[in-house]
Design a protein around this ligand. Structure first.
Ligand code: HEC
Ligand code: HEC
Length: 321
């Protein structure tokens, strides 16, 4: 727990008390005009400070440990095919968890909280904290957003990884353990008062998901739509392209355009080449800082890109809604 936030709660509660007391004093002693000013200023300060204290306490409560989430009993088999599959999937983690943007996942260099605290995507090579953690704890962190030590993660896209199959999450873990040991630790997480306030007010969602109690089977790859839906979900396309993939306007992170019309109109080659080269059929160059096409190109096979297109092409377009 961030002790400076605890002290801030105490200070805000004390301020609320003092302001309420001052308000009552003003009412009793001051001249009529002073009385009103004192009462209004005191009242506003008392209510604002009390509200801040309450929201901060809710934020601290939300940030409590979730180590009571059961630890997954997933089985990881370090076969060559699993490691290869995991290496592909890990490309989709590298944009955040790597200092270079590519595997190995030696820890990110961007502070995701900027002025509101310190939050760096951890080093996930065997040189980091991964080495002494069980497979189940790593699977829980990826799919349920509960950190190795039980802390609720933020920013980590577990909402999308929640439906990842046992096979895929096991493949990622198998791969993570084969990376070179790099022992750069990222700075420890610090969630400052403003970020705690946002979390308390519900304006900043945590990554924590429901515990996964059942096995998650891999998608049916004979059905391009089911396969594509699975991949579109775990690859988090909706995070920037909107829940229905009809584009997103505003909110957190980059705003991606509608994909439903492109998926329908572009040929399989055009779709594939856009993700592989970062240049779309109208010669528009995609900004890699906004649309992580290099990561997706490395993570996804041609068949997988086609399945994603088939799934998105079958979704309603904005005109059809
Ligand atoms: C959008 C950026 C982002 C992406 C993409 C991302 N992560 Fe994370 N991840 C984070 C951040 C930030 C944290 C630290 C969160 C915290 O401490 O609150 C984190 C934490 C974790 C942890 C917990 C480690 C610990 O010390 O408790 C694991 C495990 C993890 N990520 C694995 C993955 C894997 C595997 C992928 C890809 C399948 C992935 N992440 C993709 C940002 C990301
Ligand atoms: C981190 C945000 C983000 C994620 C995640 C993301 N995109 Fe994008 N995407 C964008 C943005 C922003 C653009 C517009 C980029 C530009 O024009 O420079 C874009 C553009 C595209 C385009 C080209 C559209 C055009 O106008 O030519 C395609 C196709 C696309 N994304 C597909 C996907 C798919 C498929 C996924 C999931 C596998 C995905 N995107 C995930 C942000 C994202």
């Amino acid at each position: 727990m961030n002790m400076s936030v605890v002290w801030l709660v105490v200070a805000a509660a004390a301020l609320a008390g003092v302001a309420a007391w001052a308000m009552r004093r003003a009412w009793r002693v001051a001249q009529p005009w002073g009385r009103w000013i004192g009462a209004i200023v005191g009242g506003v300060v008392a209510v604002a400070a009390a509200l801040a204290a309450v929201v901060l306490v809710i934020g601290l409560y939300r940030l409590r440990s979730r180590d009571d989430h059961p630890i997954s009993d997933i089985e990881v088999e370090a076969s060559a095919s699993a490691i290869d599959r995991g290496a592909h999937l890990a490309e989709a983690c590298a944009g955040c968890h790597s200092s270079t943007g590519d595997p190995p996942l030696d820890g990110g260099e961007d502070d995701f909280l900027e002025d509101l605290g310190d939050l760096y995507p951890p080093n996930l090579t065997p040189g980091g904290s991964l080495a002494d953690r069980s497979d189940g704890r790593i699977a829980r962190a990826i799919r349920e957003g509960v950190g190795f030590d039980g802390r609720p993660l933020i920013i980590m896209p577990s909402a999308f990884f929640h439906s990842m199959s046992d096979e895929d999450v096991a493949a990622i873990i198998a791969y993570l353990r084969t990376q070179p040991e790099i022992d750069d630790e990222v700075p420890e997480r610090v969630i400052g008062p403003m970020a705690t306030l946002f979390i308390g007010a519900g304006m900043f969602p945590l990554a924590v998901q429901d515990p996964i109690e059942e096995e998650i089977d891999p998608p049916d790859t004979d059905s391009p739509k089911k396969w594509g839906k699975y991949l579109t979900t775990i690859m988090a396309c909706a995070e920037c392209h909107g829940e229905d993939l009809q584009g997103k306007d505003g909110g957190n992170g980059p705003s991606g355009p509608d994909l439903t019309v492109y998926a329908e109109e572009w040929t399989a080659e055009e779709w594939r080449d856009t993700i592989r080269t970062g240049v779309d059929p109208t010669d528009n160059e995609l900004d890699p800082d906004e649309m992580p096409w290099e990561d997706y190109s490395a993570a996804l096979s041609d068949d997988e890109l086609e399945a994603i297109q088939a799934y998105i092409a079958g979704l309603p377009t904005p005109d059809e809604d």
